[in-house]
Write a new protein. Sequence first.
Length: 488
Amino acid sequence: MQARSETGDADFAPQPVRWRILIVLLAAIFMSLIAVSIVNVALPSIQSGLGASESDLQWVLSGYALTFGVVLVAAGRAGDIVGRGGIFVIGVVVFTAASVASSIAPNPEMLNAARFVQGVGSGLLNPQGVGMIQQYFRGAERGRAFGYFGSVVGVAVGIGPVLGGLLIRLGGPDFGWRLTFLVNVPVGIVTIILAFLWFPKPLFRRRPAGEVSSAGRTSIDPVGSLLLGLAVLAMLFPFMESRTAAGTWLLFPVGVLLVVAWVKWERRYAARGRSPMVDLRIFRTKSFTNGSVIVTLYFLGMTSIWVLVAMYMQQGAGKSALEAGTVGIPSAILSAIAANWAGKRVTQLGRKIVIGGLYFALFGLALSVAVAVLHEAIGLSVWWLMLSLAFIGIAQGSVISPNQTLTLAEVPLQYAGSSGAIMQTGQRMGTSIGIAVITAAVFVSLESTSWSTAVAIGFGLIALVVTTALVMAYKDQWDRRRAGTPYA
């Protein structure tokens, strides 16, 4: 694969509107991330307000994540072909409408249906954000753009639980949880208006300007899209429903077989002279493969931290939902600062930034274990977690966006959306598997030990996963140096 010649860099001319386009993209991505983090603190109010069962509450979280993960790659490929701006606007419209539907849901069934649709909207818009950053930015500017992207991620993850707690306190237990969904609506409306004003026209086109296809006739590849969507569904569903239906684990090997079928179909489709959903030759590029593995492992471990902290602060230390959200504020601030700093320097320092970030993660995890153990042993205040989690924030800003920049650097532009979506799918699968496995280990530990010890065990498991990601980061650095790839 001649990645660099296919990206169209030789003919690239920066568009004056690119920074305004970035503002629109980041506003929508912020909205979609808030929808994930804000709802965590709203679950008790939803349960009391709608009379929801434990299974209903599980699907308030899982339904969104499931449909989000299933449509990601197909949506990314659709944007690559028919125009990223148009698919982005459709995604924001769907997401905003589903937010309204969620806020007025009269029962758990309607709420979960709306959350499924909201996940579809998020799955449509997110890969377009990554693809359009690839499309409109190059070199150091691309690193800066992904740095701003990472800052938005950090702020959204950190502010979501705090904003949710404030809205619930403002609106009360019956109406407050509805405000956590309505808060997305004005952001969505403004984003749609600005997209129509600032995005290049037309929003839909056969192929974004400046891109050259070498893969034959373009097609959304409906069979490939269906196979991969079903594979992701089959592999994610057991981790989301295993507590209530153990038989769902039979779906996981079915998902693996569907992945095999998808790979064979994509190869056959390309051999027939068609443009497949994902050009599998991108996996021959070690930087893409290594980076995708790194981000999957990172999310497999690190996203469980905030679930464990929320449970520990409330159930183990007796703090309120608002207090549990507050403990992550320094982490969110430092994550935003670190992402901005790293984005400006990733083209000079390369993989060293990601490696350094993973060391910060391990140090933060070690400190968090120490706080939990000393809280039980000598009564050390759990608020020391604000310090230990601050290092986690630095890690998040130093790993996620720089890794994205490095991983996608050699991907052909006509596959920018679908390739970015492959990475995001890895994130979603890593998140779902990690939360299911690590929280299960913590709950098993609680049967024979205290909350402090159990959460320390959870942090230890996360550290093992992060250490594996660190080994992969060193491998990628070595591969880059051997191949003479930039940003080693």
